[in-house]
Write a protein that binds this ligand. Structure first.
Ligand code: NAD
Ligand code: TYD
Length: 376
């Protein structure tokens, strides 16, 4: 099987590429990535010389380039992760998000349709697997601001803090209500994927995952940004009051879910992926501070002074919480890491790889943040 993975030089994509290249030596894995600020081939150094791996630098919105890659590598299946992925950037520059996330996904769908419809076996054995996010469902109300014991669990749920902050969860049938330009562009791309199934019969699967954390995440997202800032003694910008809630999953468990669904999922279905692991931002931030300080040998509480409340994100979604019971019950998925292990592993990885952090945080990086958020 020849598999095209888009966005394989990014955070989640690099974990998916590594898993497939290592686990399936008989598959040929083609990584197509534009290498934007978020794409980094250093994320794949350990597998780049494997005979079943190749890299193509291209833009998914360039349909001719995509057609060429589909033909040159005789692609049977696509796992589509390439996207602009950061909400704050989408607030500043929504057009780039529409171009890549909407037009780029449409180019891939059309190129796949043309190629597979013209093949002697048609759509048989073909799959377009689209990776999406829980953010398309909008925001859930915070009916329990102080938390209440969560009714659901997976192996990824925190051992010491297993709370839900409301009674509702996002299921596969929750109505789409995106609020940010990022989530609007992802929602639109999801609709195009389903439209290609309903109109042309393209075999598709869509999965919507909660917030990921782990190694190789660009330090503009909460967890790696805060680890890096603590390392440098820089302020930790907490948006609003820090009471927004996110549901966190270790990235390798997302990659394992993608592997399982790619092989055993039912075409035309949607699966939600999440670990029932909700955290209020400020509580998570305190866990990060405690873990970094401990691993750096600082006294407990040393970096608390870095917490800096800043203006809130525009349209900041209050709470995300994924109901992943369909994936658990139909395909038997269980995450491998509990939150406490995952966060320890993650902090250790960033502290052990300062050269990776330094190499991706040069140039315009700091100026960008100074412009975006001001201290209150
Ligand atoms: P990322 O920003 O780390 O990586 C995105 C990758 O896509 C980069 O390698 C970048 O170079 C590439 N890319 C961007 N524009 C491109 C274009 N026009 N053509 C080709 N390549 C392009 O993102 P991520 O966090 O790894 O997310 C990957 C996917 O998973 C996205 O579709 C995102 O919406 C989805 N997702 C992310 C999360 C999360 O918590 N990070 C959660 C759920 C779903
Ligand atoms: P982020 O990692 O950007 O993911 P998303 O917005 O896609 O959920 O942010 C996670 C949460 O942390 C979100 O509620 C916004 C908040 N946040 C901060 O408070 N400060 C920051 O510097 C960042 C990047 C995020």
């Amino acid at each position: 099987m020849n598999i095209l993975i888009t966005g394989g030089a990014g955070f989640i994509g690099s974990h998916v590429v590594r898993l497939f290249v290592n686990k399936y030596p008989s598959y040929r894995i083609v990584n197509l990535d534009k290498l934007t600020y978020a794409g980094n081939l250093a994320n794949l150094r350990d597998i780049e010389d494997r005979p079943n791996y190749s890299f193509v630098r291209a833009d998914i919105a360039d349909i001719d380039a995509v057609r060429r890659v589909m033909a040159d590598h005789d692609i049977d299946a696509i796992i589509h992760l390439a996207a602009e992925s950061h909400v704050d950037r989408s607030i500043k520059d929504p057009f780039t998000f529409a171009r890549t996330n909407v037009m780029g996904t449409l180019s891939l769908l059309q190129a796949a349709r043309e190629r597979w419809e013209a093949s002697p076996t048609g759509y048989e054995g073909k799959l377009f697997y689209h990776i999406s996010t829980d953010e398309v469902y909008g925001a859930l109300p915070l009916t329990h601001p102080e938390g209440t014991p969560s009714p659901f669990t997976t192996a990824a749920s925190s051992a010491t803090h297993h709370q839900a902050y409301g009674t509702e969860f996002f299921t596969e049938t929750t109505r789409y209500t995106p609020h940010s330009p990022y989530s609007a562009s992802k929602a639109s791309s999801d609709h195009f994927v389903r439209a290609y199934h309903d109109t042309y019969g393209l075999p598709v699967i869509v999965t919507n995952c909660s917030n990921n954390y782990g190694p190789y995440q660009f330090p503009e997202k909460l967890i790696p940004l805060f680890i890096n800032n603590i390392r440098h003694g820089r302020p930790l910008p907490v948006y609003g009051r820090g009471d927004n809630v996110r549901d966190w999953l270790y990235v390798e468990d997302h990659a394992r879910a993608i592997d399982l669904i790619f092989h055993r999922g039912t075409p035309a279905e949607t699966y939600n992926i999440g670990g029932f692991n909700e955290w209020k931002n400020i509580d998570l931030i305190r866990v990060i501070i405690r873990t970094v300080d401990r691993l750096l040998g600082n006294p407990e509480g040393h970096s608390d002074r870095l917490i800096t409340y800043v203006t809130d994100r525009k349209g900041h979604d209050m709470r995300y919480a994924i109901d992943s019971r369909k994936l658990q019950s139909e395909l038997g998925w269980e995450p491998s890491l509990q939150f406490e292990e995952g966060i320890e592993k993650t902090v250790r990885w960033y502290l052990d790889n300062p050269e990776w952090l330094d190499s991706v945080t040069s140039g315009d990086y700091l100026r960008y943040y100074d412009e975006m958020y001001t201290r209150r």
